[in-house]
Design a binder for this molecule. Structure first.
Ligand code: GLC
Length: 425
């Protein structure tokens, strides 16, 4: 069987009827940015089902505009923290109380450009939901001019060492309700976050519940608040895609003007996460102002957002060249020269497919074809060597954590499809 056929089988096996889970066992629900990438993969063979992935995700949107990180359509005893631990949430379907990187508008734009007439109609139906979600980020999560996050899980980069600054500055709740982790029952505990980190993650969840998931209060009064290059650049890119869609749908000028304001605000905020000492974009604690101190796999997303100065971009490329000398498979999630780099521990080192995908798009759009090709080739080599894993050891290319993983399969399909189209042109 070809890898392309296997990739389609992975997505079919993870289909739960209108939405796709990331992987069996470890992640049994619909995840926000996972579904966006999944839609791209499914679009290579079934446009209707690809759009359904988008609309099923939007079904979970809260009245305040947030699209949550996980939608709990059932209660799976094998997953923690499930719906009971997040408590009562205001959305139409039980969910978490935080969001995830808003890559959806960028994906929707791509889907709407694949087919013509019919996809414009579909786009019309989802545009308002996307617009309201972007407004939510700007209204509910902006601090000192930049979008920030209240929980490491919201960034999609759960236990990246970048979050240690914010986590170490907070206390675990003394009255933290007891719990049993499930994640380390499905996979090797050595791949997963530590117990102390887990207590802090749940302390933030407990705080969210204590303010009835009032998102502005969670941002302003919660125990954790950090700016993240992933959220910042993904949103800034997605705002630009949203503007393009608003124009093609002939939305009122006031809507276009509003999006323009968000984009201008985003570009102005890029400097807030420029770590001068390191010469790279890094996370930053918004309570203390302290920067994290390593080059991560979202540091080079400035290209994807078409943001940052020439000097900043040049230094970013130099870091990439340095990192490339340390690993065989670009792009590791954490700086291989940092003391807390761990090649197999989740966001402390492994290569993540969706990050390679976005970073490669940005590099290629901004004229850095060789660097973009390396990110694509390295991920494809890792897949050829090991299969469709959640992430990969960047030194050996071995697969880590979840197997038969949806976004890895989807990105493979999307690239194969695009390469075929380029070959035919
Ligand atoms: C992990 C990842 C996150 C992803 C989720 C489901 O929590 O860190 O980015 O969305 O798994 O795949």
């Amino acid at each position: 069987m070809t890898l392309t056929q296997t990739a389609m089988d992975v997505l079919t096996q993870n289909d739960r009827g209108g939405f796709t889970i990331p992987t069996k066992g470890l992640y049994p629900y619909q995840w926000n940015w996972d579904s966006a990438f999944v839609a791209l993969g499914i679009a290579t063979y079934d446009m209707d089902r690809a759009w359904q992935e988008v609309t099923s995700l939007i079904e979970g949107q809260w009245p305040d505009g947030m699209i949550p990180s996980i939608i709990f359509r059932s209660d799976d005893p094998d997953y923690f923290p499930g719906p009971a631990r997040w408590g009562e949430t205001p959305g139409p379907i039980p969910s978490t109380g935080i969001s995830q990187p808003p890559v959806l508008a960028t994906v929707v734009r791509k889907l709407s450009e694949i087919d013509t007439q019919q996809d414009m109609l579909r786009l019309m139906r989802v545009f308002d939901a996307l617009y309201r979600w972007h407004a939510w980020w700007h209204d509910m999560r902006t601090v000192d001019g930049i979008v920030a996050t209240v929980h490491p899980w919201e960034t999609g980069r759960d236990n990246c060492p970048e979050w240690n600054i914010g986590l170490e500055a907070m206390q675990s709740a003394p009255d933290l309700a007891p719990y049993t982790r499930m994640d380390n029952k499905h996979v090797d505990a050595g791949f997963r976050p530590s117990q102390e980190q887990y207590d802090k993650y749940l302390t933030i969840v407990q705080f969210g519940q204590s303010v009835d998931w009032d998102q502005r209060r969670l941002t302003d009064e919660g125990p954790f608040l950090m700016a993240d290059p992933n959220l910042h650049f993904v949103l800034l890119r997605a705002d630009q895609d949203l503007r393009a869609m608003a124009i093609s749908l002939k939305k009122p000028q006031s809507v276009i003007d509003q999006i323009e304001t968000w984009i201008a605000k985003g570009h102005a905020a890029t400097n807030t996460i420029w770590n001068v000492q390191l010469g790279a974009f890094t996370s930053r604690d918004m309570h203390s102002g302290i920067f994290s101190n390593g080059f991560s796999n979202c540091s080079a997303l400035c290209f994807y957002a078409d943001s940052g100065t020439e000097d900043q971009r040049g230094k970013t490329l130099q870091h990439m060249a340095r990192v490339a000398r340390q690993v065989d498979y670009m792009l590791p999630s954490w700086d291989p020269e940092a003391p807390d780099f761990e090649a197999k521990r989740y966001w402390c080192g492994p290569l993540w497919p969706q990050m390679n995908y976005m970073t490669a798009i940005g590099l290629s759009e901004q004229g850095h074809a060789a660097e973009a090709a390396q990110l694509q080739d390295d991920l494809c080599r890792a897949i050829e060597k090991s299969g469709f894993w959640e992430c990969f050891d960047p030194i050996t290319g071995e697969g880590c954590v979840g197997a038969q993983f949806s976004w890895t399969a989807a990105i493979w399909l999307s690239w194969q499809h695009e390469n075929k189209l380029k070959g035919a042109a």
